[in-house]
Design a protein around this ligand. Structure first.
Ligand SMILES: [Zn+2]
Length: 255
């Protein structure tokens, strides 16, 4: 009996996984083979229908003390695991906007991000300026990255961030309509990539935070990671709670 049920369960899981992999790929879902080979980690999610009601968010409308901490351009082989340790110690959840080459290079770090309750967003393949690309090229940027993320983790990204925040109003609209992604920008930019020193990055993050804020940091720089423990501790001490981007969007306009 036990064998029968475990076989049935295996079959159902297999079917579920295949259906998921096929259906969660925007723009056709033709790249199925790589995804089926990867062991999905974390909870499978349905087709990424658009979340929220807007094409774009740089913050959300709430008076509650919630903020989203976001990390761009990784994962990085050393800095991202160190960051994950820091977040885990504090039980803080973040959102990672990843680029396809790093997703393919470090799938185990991608799986760790998901396993520890964080969220992943799409940050393109080439990290180019989308406003200078054709619609077909932009679509390829997001579709290829989406497929790489699903292949590595089994979880479909629900939001995207354009490199440099460069995107047109028209692009925001069709990307949301055709790919299901709202554009996620930010309300606090500590310019950590200029390496002003970790204490400067910390104080910019802390003083810039406000309810509904989205904080931008890059986890490819060691000095940026150095700023995180103090920034998180000071924001927690001020009563802030950290949520993922989709959780924050769910609070938009709700008090
Ligand atoms: Zn970036």
């Amino acid at each position: 009996m036990k064998t029968f049920f475990s076989s049935l369960l295996t079959a159902l899981l297999f079917l579920g996984t295949s259906a998921f992999v096929t259906s969660c790929t925007p723009g056709g879902g033709k790249k199925k083979s790589a995804a089926t080979e990867a062991a999905p980690v974390g909870e499978l999610q349905p087709l990424p229908t658009s979340i929220g009601t807007k094409d774009s968010y740089s913050r959300v409308d709430t008076s509650l003390p919630f903020v989203a901490l976001t990390f761009d351009d990784g994962p990085h082989p050393k800095n991202t695991p160190r960051l994950l340790d820091i977040l885990k110690e504090r039980n803080v959840k973040a959102t990672f906007y990843v680029v396809a080459p790093n997703v393919k290079r470090y799938p185990e770090i991608m799986r760790r991000i998901i396993a520890e309750g964080h969220e992943i967003g799409n940050h393109t393949v080439t990290h180019g300026n989308l406003t200078k690309m054709s619609e077909a090229a932009v679509k390829r940027e997001f579709t290829e990255t989406h497929d790489a993320i699903v292949a590595a983790t089994g979880v479909a990204p629900r939001t995207m961030r354009p490199p440099y925040g460069a995107i047109t109003t028209a692009q925001k609209a069709w990307i949301r309509r055709d790919l299901g992604y709202p554009t996620i920008l930010w309300s606090v930019d500590p310019e950590d990539w200029k390496k002003p020193g970790s204490s400067v990055v910390t104080s910019r993050l802390v003083s810039g935070a406000s309810p509904g804020g989205i904080l931008l940091v890059h986890d490819i720089h060691a000095s940026s990671i150095d700023a995180i423990p103090a920034a998180v501790d000071q924001l927690l001490a001020r009563g802030y709670q950290f949520v993922t981007v989709t959780q924050l969007i769910a609070m938009d306009g709700k008090g």
